[in-house]
Design a protein around this ligand. Structure first.
Ligand SMILES: *[C@@H]1O[C@H](CO)[C@@H](O)[C@H](O)[C@H]1NC(C)=O
Ligand SMILES: *[C@@H]1O[C@H](CO)[C@@H](O)[C@H](O)[C@H]1NC(C)=O
Length: 172
């Protein structure tokens, strides 16, 4: 019996050690991400958002807007949360990919807290989707940024934070 319990405890311990998601945290914002199999899971949490709040935040993959960024855009618009797979090259608003490769599996907007959970594969056949295997450059947009009533993104108010993410070190 005791042996069984220790085996169970050990496997819980190993499971915890093996699953180490990564996070990006700034004032009022937390992004948790990690890979499982060939899928990267994301959870974006924004706090202090007004009930009629509006704006956008994003996670970009690539070196710069100039060279082209694959972006997952989270829009807060009229009390709704919209998550889209987009691409931008040059200093303009991104455009949605022909094919959406982001699967949204949870959206919540309550008491000033926005939570969006979604996933994408590490790589896809679509040219506008960055290959995120190995180590790749990511950009985190800070907070909720201004947007037109139609959802057209205006320039971010702070320079996005650049990080090289080695996705195998972030697991869920
Ligand atoms: C949200 O509502 C508040 C109070 O009703 C108002 O002052 C504010 O301008 C509104 N903001 C937007 C973006 O509509
Ligand atoms: C993605 O990149 C990895 C290594 O960086 C490579 O082995 C793999 O073939 C690439 N996949 C695609 C679909 O380009």
């Amino acid at each position: 019996m005791i042996r069984l319990i220790s085996v169970a405890l050990l496997s819980i311990l190993i499971a915890n050690v093996e699953s180490t998601p990564c996070t990006f945290v700034t004032n009022g914002q937390q992004i948790t991400y990690g890979v499982r199999g060939n899928t990267i899971h994301f959870r974006v949490v924004l706090t202090g958002i007004a009930p009629n709040g509006s704006g956008w935040t994003a996670i970009g993959f690539g070196n710069s807007m100039f060279s082209g960024l694959d972006v997952i855009v989270v829009r807060v618009l009229n009390g709704r949360i919209i998550v889209t797979d987009e691409f931008v090259r040059g200093f303009q608003s991104p455009v949605p990919d022909r094919q959406n490769n982001v699967q949204v599996y949870g959206l919540r907007y309550e008491n000033g807290v926005v939570v969006a959970s979604f996933s994408r594969s590490v790589f896809s056949t679509e040219q506008t989707d960055a290959n995120l295997s190995g180590c790749s450059p990511w950009k985190f947009t800070v907070g909720l940024n201004r947007m037109s009533p139609q959802g057209h993104l205006f320039h971010h108010s702070q320079t996005p934070v650049h990080r090289v993410v080695c996705i195998n070190q972030c697991t869920v």
